[in-house]
Design a protein. Structure first.
Length: 75
């Protein structure tokens, strides 16, 4: 009688393992394809140009105004 219950347990474990492997293989097969490469619509380029122009304006501001003309004693 004990052999019958051990056999039943083995069949149950084999069934659960096979279901698990089938689920994992199905998930691996249905994995999404790689994302397409991004296409720039020009906004990134415009934003980059804007940052460069703002940085240039900041540099020109600090070059044109002498340090001693600030009303604050920063350094």
């Amino acid at each position: 009688m004990a052999f019958f219950s051990a056999s039943r347990f083995a069949v149950l474990v084999a069934l659960l393992v096979s279901i698990l492997f089938q689920a994992l293989s199905a998930a691996a097969e249905s994995s999404a394809s790689p994302a397409p490469s991004p296409v720039s619509d020009g906004t990134t380029l415009d934003q980059g140009i804007a940052y460069v122009l703002m940085f240039a304006a900041l540099l020109v501001t600090y070059i044109v105004h002498p340090v001693g003309s600030f009303p604050f004693n920063l350094f």
